[in-house]
Structure formats: C-alpha cells, structure tokens
Design a protein around this ligand. Sequence first.
Ligand SMILES: C[S@@+](CC[C@H](N)C(=O)[O-])C[C@H]1O[C@@H](n2cnc3c(N)ncnc32)[C@H](O)[C@@H]1O
Length: 227
Amino acid sequence: MPSIESDFYAAHARQYLRFVHDKVQSVYADSTHPDIASDSDMLKHLRGKIRPGSRGFDAGCGPGAPDVHEFWRHGFDIIGVDAEEHAIDLTKEMFPEIAPKVSVADLKEPLGYPEQVFDFVISKTVIQHLDPDSVKKVFLPEIARCLKLDGVLFNLFKTGTGVKTVYDADYGTDRTFQLYEPEEIVVMLDDLGLEVIPNTDDEPGGVITLVDPKPMEHCVIYARKVR
Ligand SMILES: C[S@@+](CC[C@H](N)C(=O)[O-])C[C@H]1O[C@@H](n2cnc3c(N)ncnc32)[C@H](O)[C@@H]1O
C-alpha cells in the first residue's frame, strides 16, 4: 500500500522546503505547554533530553531534511531517510554538507540497521502518512528495536480518529492525513518498552497538544526506552 499522500511531496518539494526555511506552518496555537509553541521549541527540548553529540535518526526527514541539518549543525551524529526520492535529491542539491547523511527508505518496511544503534529518533509529522497497521506492526517496533536503552523518541503527530482531508491554504490544495489518538500511541509505545517522559520544572514532557495553522490538532510526545 502506498503511503497516504505519497505524491504530495514530489509535487511540492521546493515549496515545502521554502516554507520550512521561512518557518511557515511550524508555529502552533493553544499549546498545553507554555514552552512548546513551535517546531524549534520541540527540537530544542529534545536536545535537552539527550547527550551532546549523540547518534540520531530522522524518520521521514522531508525535502531539505531541516532537522537533520539542525542537529548536524549542533554537533550531533544524525542520519535521515525519506520515501520520496525527489525530497532526498533536493536535500543533496540544496545542502551538500549533509548529502552523505540522507537516503531513500520506506518506513513501512523494516529498517536495515542493527539493534540499539540510535540515542534518539525524530518522527516529526510522519505517521500522518502511515496507515495504523504499518505504524503498529512495523514503524514503531523498528524504532524501538533501533533505539538504545535510555534512548529518546520524539514524536509529533496529528490527532483524532481515522483519516481526515483538509484544505491547506498555504499549498492551495486539499490534503489527507491519518490521525492517531495520543492514548493509542502511548499504549503502543508502552508495549514496546518506551515510556512518556514526564513533565518537570526543568524540561517539558507528558502529552502535549497544540494546533497548527490549517488548523489541525497535533500531539507532542517525548518517550524514553526503559526496557
Ligand atoms: C510533513 S513531512 C515532514 C518532514 C520532516 N519530518 C519535517 O518535519 O519537516 C512528511 C514526510 O514523510 C515522508 N514519508 C511519507 N511516507 C513515508 C514512508 N512510508 N517512508 C518514509 N518517508 C515517508 C514524506 O515523503 C515527507 O517528506
């Protein structure tokens, strides 16, 4: 089965890259956590939960691989994959400094990495393109397998039930996304030995919800592999 909206990024890769660069669509409203209102906040607080220079994997890095680039600039040893070949080609063209770090792979298939190789994994607005069966039986189990004990998964996803089509004014087109309830993701993670990192005075955690400009509800979860 192809990914949900699998043709969108081929058609809009350059525009996506420009929007990411200009931070269009990466600022949110109604966050349940005062310190998390943008993609930058989310990634800053991921860095607050991992060791400097540690090893990461960006699952579905997107055109321009913005988060691979950001973590690489901060001195992390990070790689990224995306199913869309054009997104990877464009990343290599625009950002040759991270070209060796990005490659094509389908997250509905097992990852070709050994067990426990990554200290952290980024899954940022990616499971919205994966059907629930693939997320439950392949994607999350593979992430859990490849994370080291004590490693951290950052997962940003669209919330709700079923599939939803909305008009995206920034792209001038309808878009269709797979939604997930935060509780179902928490249960799946727990079954795989990953626990939600709780909120503390020092670092945001727990189940954080917010709304993007489309508007669509999202959830942020940081989870640690504990067993
Ligand atoms: C909304 S973009 C997010 C990109 C990036 N994580 C970011 O936050 O900017 C979703 C990305 O997931 C990729 N994707 C969708 N289905 C995929 C799959 N089955 N395997 C790998 N990547 C996939 C798309 O090609 C797209 O680049």
